[in-house]
Design a protein around this ligand. Structure first.
Ligand code: OGA
Ligand code: MN
Length: 146
């Protein structure tokens, strides 16, 4: 695991990009089509899938995904453990909400949520609160579609 990302947004992580999936390639592409790409207009040009592995002690600081490199839609498939993601309005930090991302879920950031809210996964386990409950923090892998 790397300590910190070049722009200090992510801590305790490993990452790579993949556009080919070995001998399972056709099967994986079919799953991605059915579970992700088919929900969106065919005109979207997607980047290679970004795989992010956050260690149990890792975290992602508040940020908005680069507006030039990724489009209007950022989608993620969550694997391995539940996590809490916090969204805060960029101009009013008091306007915020938390989302529980469970293993196997697909989540989508688009429009106002994508551009007007920062998103973060707190490094501090005490901040992993959803509906008054602490959600135990573990290693987590996400597949990001941009
Ligand atoms: C990112 C990010 C969220 C996630 O890589 O920019 O916000 O679910 N990832 O891993
Ligand atoms: Mn992001």
């Amino acid at each position: 695991y790397q300590d910190s990302h070049f722009d200090y947004v992510i801590q305790g992580y490993r990452e790579c990009q993949a556009s080919h999936w070995g001998d399972q390639n056709d099967k994986v592409i079919e799953i991605f089509n059915k579970k992700v790409y088919d929900f969106f207009p065919r005109t979207i040009e997607w980047l290679p899938v970004h795989i992010l592995d956050l260690s149990e002690t890792g975290g992602i600081k508040p940020h908005i995904d680069n507006v030039d490199y990724s489009g209007n839609i950022v989608a993620g498939i969550c694997l391995m453990s539940s996590t809490v993601m916090i969204f805060r309005h960029k101009d009013d930090k008091n306007c915020n909400f938390s989302v529980l991302l469970e293993p196997g879920c697909l989540y989508i950031q688009r429009d106002k949520v994508r551009f007007n809210f920062t998103h973060e996964i707190p490094q501090d386990p005490a901040q992993h609160v959803f509906k008054g409950q602490i959600i135990p923090k573990g290693r987590r892998i996400s597949l990001m579609f941009r």
